[in-house]
Design a protein around this ligand. Structure first.
Ligand SMILES: *[C@@H]1O[C@H](CO)[C@@H](O)[C@H](O)[C@H]1NC(C)=O
Ligand SMILES: *[C@@H]1O[C@H](CO)[C@@H](O)[C@H](O)[C@H]1NC(C)=O
Ligand SMILES: *[C@@H]1O[C@H](CO)[C@@H](O)[C@H](O)[C@H]1NC(C)=O
Ligand SMILES: *[C@@H]1O[C@H](CO)[C@@H](O)[C@H](O)[C@H]1NC(C)=O
Ligand SMILES: *[C@@H]1O[C@H](CO)[C@@H](O)[C@H](O)[C@H]1NC(C)=O
Ligand SMILES: *[C@@H]1O[C@H](CO)[C@@H](O)[C@H](O)[C@H]1NC(C)=O
Ligand SMILES: *[C@@H]1O[C@H](CO)[C@@H](O)[C@H](O)[C@H]1NC(C)=O
Ligand SMILES: *[C@@H]1O[C@H](CO)[C@@H](O)[C@H](O)[C@H]1NC(C)=O
Ligand SMILES: *[C@@H]1O[C@H](CO)[C@@H](O)[C@H](O)[C@H]1NC(C)=O
Ligand SMILES: *[C@@H]1O[C@H](CO)[C@@H](O)[C@H](O)[C@H]1NC(C)=O
Length: 797
């Protein structure tokens, strides 16, 4: 550790020196040093150098540099060459690659040959840290795939009639299987329950049906009657020969039977490469792990085969019933698919069991007398062959992700490892991406094998991937004579414990503390008071670094300085290309600030800061915007992105065939869904107006929602249409109203005047009554003569 710390300190001084000299010499502009170059220059060991970036290279030649020469050991290959690093000593990052070492053509099942359903079969993959590689896999279901059908029957008393049905349908079973494939085989086994109290009455072991006043065979847990064979007549005979037995409770030991039939592969004769199908026909329920304790079978099921010479499960009274988790694992390991053919009243219980057993089990409803058993076999076979489920056994440190179009070339790429409804003979493409973060410390993980296989089919369909992580640095044999008490590791000495120095010549215990060499210019304490001076170099306290421990630690993200995306350089982070920020937490560029489908950064109402939109207080239009992409504004009338999604929403509803094109850009795909109710109060509420040929106006309401992966989901409500009044009606009604109002006004005026006249007339009458005129004098009469009086005096002034 000590020598490593020192090596780093020296490295940084070297780099600084180098940059000054180099820049002065070639008149370089510091800003031209690209991100990746500055990242390379920081690295102080070959391993770190090659892992930092694929563009970094390391010079392992001893003569090339030392503290007094001060050239960087980690840089781009070109600049190392220019600085005089010999070609043979240059360690360059191995480029990643995918190589197919076995890629046979797809093959259907033919006699004696293993079918090929997955391509390629063997892959060599070299994966660099901080990168992703995509492997293209192809799957084609083989025709004529062999099928092994093991018929496991509950042979308790109530299933007596089912047995008879099976015997009578035997011949048809052959025909049914023959329609799927020429290579079928059937086997037969039966189960009842553990021959123990309380599953059987004491004294009734030899004839458990005594209580039914009948005779039946002694109780047994599981009996394997017939190996898998192509001879259906034999199967029918064996079924006919088998005899029913009985037990007390309505719970049966079916899981004992399932486990024995699966693990006793030799006796049952499961073929290595066949679709293995086990049909469990029953009308009862199951005993689970723990129930065995009642009868004294207390030991945990060892999941081993225990069949005796008669094909009977011999240890049933010793071992408990298996648990569902154990059964699930066995089915997965042995790739056996189970169909529980159960009567209608048991169906819901078995469906819950099938859920726990995941894709390996399914449930079918058995008619009362098993008459529909052939349909069940047929349906189950199609269920299994119409589905592909890819599984891998990777345990990290890299991550695997699957995607496929599942045979729909116009459809979207789905993040799934399973496809339904597959057809025989068609090819299905899968993309498997492998991504690695940083290199694991444990070297045993650097090379490993991962197997991808079809979880439902046989072992024959698999892809083996040999993964080599491009971690570490192998410089080959180095000349150790330079390092007195240590070894030469890629041009640097790695000192034995207790020794340090560039050539490991300083014993740390007696190490003369040449304090002067540990004191930074402008200071007077060695190692900035943050470490000890040993052999003329500083051993810094945890966190500090630099030749004089002058560098503080960088900010940490999740416990790592500068996070995954950068490296600490004397207190500040140097980020990998594409990242920026104090702790390299921000992606460079505006990609994350552009709403899906939009072209504007933050809708033109803000700016992008560390991959997030900061909306400006006031946008140019004077309104205040908010939202993930500054898209909403109360002032500007709600959502600003309605225009963007309108064509997609309209097409989804009106012309679904155009939707594929309108609901995507070359960068993103809009996800659409139908909802019954659209939240009108949402900031993201929009609607599309359309006009139909019969002149109704339709409104399609929708709400958009941004997803984490920078896509958008459009929740589209139901279209609502309304027919407006015919065009002529509106003015007509208006005209009519105006006329009506006019008439009413006229009438009112008329009434008013009439009333007034009447009142005037009445008053006139009244007045006339009271007025008494002199008879000789007509009130209207004016005398024709007018008399004037001459004034008597005229004032004479
Ligand atoms: C550095 O290398 C040069 C040339 O190989 C040598 O002369 C010099 O002594 C070395 N300096 C140190 C400090 O080892
Ligand atoms: C099974 O029962 C149905 C009616 O429940 C009957 O129609 C059918 O013939 C029976 N099948 C056999 C093989 O007994
Ligand atoms: C079944 O066995 C009985 C005798 O146990 C026999 O009579 C009958 O013919 C057999 N049925 C078939 C289909 O083999
Ligand atoms: C995956 O399975 C293969 C073959 O069964 C085995 O060689 C390999 O080690 C397994 N890989 C892991 C990571 O368990
Ligand atoms: C293919 O995908 C498109 C878009 O999701 C869908 O409309 C179409 O029905 C799919 N075709 C088939 C055959 O599944
Ligand atoms: C490295 O991993 C292997 C396998 O995962 C494990 O057996 C071993 O103990 C690990 N070694 C260390 C040092 O962690
Ligand atoms: C920290 O680690 C957690 C879990 O690995 C991850 O979800 C989270 O994004 C990380 N935080 C940062 C800032 O990288
Ligand atoms: C938002 O503010 C930033 C900085 O305050 C400014 O650079 C930018 O031009 C503004 N953008 C808009 C759309 O007003
Ligand atoms: C909606 O789609 C229909 C059919 O493609 C088209 O006639 C109509 O103009 C579209 N309406 C809008 C508002 O885009
Ligand atoms: C998407 O298409 C536009 C033109 O329609 C083009 O300018 C742009 O570069 C494309 N973007 C990508 C990522 O291909």
């Amino acid at each position: 550790m000590e020598s490593k710390g020192r090596g780093r300190a020296i490295g940084i001084v070297k780099i600084t020196l180098f940059l000054i000299i180099f820049c002065a010499a070639v008149n370089c502009v510091y800003s031209q040093v690209t991100d990746s170059l500055s990242l390379c220059l920081l690295q102080t060991s070959c391993t770190a150098c090659l892992e930092a970036s694929s563009r970094c290279a390391w010079c392992s030649d001893w003569e090339y540099t030392n503290t007094s020469i001060g050239k960087p050991r980690c840089s781009t290959a070109k600049s190392l060459q220019d600085l005089g690093c010999p070609e043979s000593a240059m360690q360059v990052a191995v480029t990643e690659k995918i190589e197919f070492s076995q890629n046979e053509e797809f093959r259907d099942v033919t006699a004696g040959k293993i079918p090929v359903q997955l391509r390629p079969q063997k892959v060599q993959l070299k994966l660099r840290p901080h990168s992703t590689q995509v492997l293209n896999l192809q799957f084609r279901p083989a025709k004529n795939y062999p099928i092994d059908l093991y018929y496991l029957m509950d042979l308790t008393w109530s299933m007596k009639d089912d047995k008879d049905t099976l015997v009578s349908l035997g011949g048809k079973l052959a025909t049914t299987l023959g329609t799927f494939t020429d290579n079928y085989r059937v086997g037969f086994g039966s189960y009842a329950d553990k021959p123990l109290m309380p599953y059987v009455f004491p004294g009734h072991e030899q004839n458990p049906c005594q209580s039914e006043h009948a005779t039946c065979a002694p109780l047994y847990a599981f009996r394997h009657h017939m190996r898998l064979t192509g001879d259906i007549q034999e199967f029918v005979r064996k079924v006919n020969e088998s005899s029913v037995t009985g037990n007390v409770d309505n719970l049966e030991g079916g899981l004992d039977g399932v486990v024995q039939a699966v693990v006793c592969a030799d006796q049952v004769g499961w073929a290595h490469q066949a679709r293995k199908l086990m049909l469990v026909a029953t009308d009862g329920f199951l005993h689970f792990a723990g129930d065995g304790k009642l009868g004294g079978a207390v030991r945990r099921n060892d999941l081993q085969c225990h069949l005796n010479a008669d094909g009977e499960y011999s240890m049933s009274t010793t071992y408990d019933y298996p648990s569902l988790a154990e059964v699930s694992r066995i089915l997965l390991d042995h790739k056996v698919n189970v169909i529980f053919a159960v009567t209608q009243d048991r169906r819901s219980e078995y469906e819950r069991i099938a859920t726990i057993l995941e894709e390996k089990a399914r449930v079918a409803t058995l008619a009362g007398n098993s008459s529909n058993i052939l349909e069940i076999v047929e349906r189950a076979y199609h269920d299994i062959v119409s589905k592909v489920v890819l599984r891998d056994n990777s345990t990290g440190p890299f991550a695997l992700e699957y995607s496929s179009k599942c045979g729909n070339f116009s459809g979207p790429e789905l993040k799934t490892s399973q496809c339904d409804g597959i057809k025989e003979g068609q090819i299905y493409d899968f993309k498997v991406s492998f991504s690695l973060g940083s290199c694991p410390q444990n070297k045993s993980l650097w090379r490993q094998k991962v197997v991808i296989q079809d979880a439902l089919a046989s072992e024959a369909s698999q892809t083996e991937i040999e993964i080599e992580l491009m971690c570490g640095c192998d410089c080959g044999k180095q000349d150790d004579t330079y390092c007195n008490q240590g070894v030469n590791e890629c041009g640097l000495c790695k000192c034995d414990a207790g020794w340090s120095g560039e050539t490991c010549d300083c014993r740390e215990s007696t190490g003369d503390s040449i304090n002067s060499q540990c004191i930074n210019t402008g200071e007077n304490v060695p190692c900035s008071n943050r470490g000890d001076c040993i052999c003329g170099s500083c051993s810094c306290d945890p966190g500090y670094s630099g030749r004089f421990c002058q560098c503080s630690p960088c900010d940490k993200v999740n416990g790592t300085e500068c996070g995954e995306m950068g490296t600490c350089d004397c207190g500040s982070c140097v980020c990998r290309p594409g990242w920026t920020g104090d702790t390299c937490q921000c992606p460079v560029g505006d990609a994350l600030c552009i709403a899906p489908g939009s072209k504007e950064v933050c809708g033109g109402h803000g700016y992008c800061d560390c991959g997030q939109c900061r909306c400006n207080g006031t946008a140019p239009d004077g309104f205040f915007y908010r939202g993930t992409f500054c898209e909403s504004s109360a002032g500007a009338g709600g959502s600003g992105l309605c225009d963007l999604y309108e064509p997609c929403v309209n097409a989804t509803v009106e012309a679904p065939s155009d939707a594929v094109n309108l609901c995507r850009t070359n960068v993103t795909v809009y996800k659409t869904e139908q909802v019954s109710k659209v939240d009108i109060a949402s900031d993201h509420y929009c609607f599309v107006r359309t006009y139909t040929s019969d002149s109704s106006v339709c409104t399609i309401p929708y709400v958009y929602e941004f997803n984490k992966d920078n896509t958008v989901t459009l929740s589209i409500g139901e279209k609502i249409c309304r027919t407006p009044l015919p065009a002529a009606v509106v003015p007509g009604v208006a005209f009519f109203l105006v006329v009506l109002l006019g008439i009413i006004a006229l009438l009112i005026w008329k009434c008013c005047t009439a009333l007034k006249d009447k009142r005037e007339y009445a008053r006139f009458e009244e007045e006339q009554k009271h007025t008494v005129y002199a008879l000789e004098e007509n009130p209207l009469f004016r005398p024709a003569t007018t008399r004037f009086r001459v004034p008597s005096m005229i004032k004479e002034d």
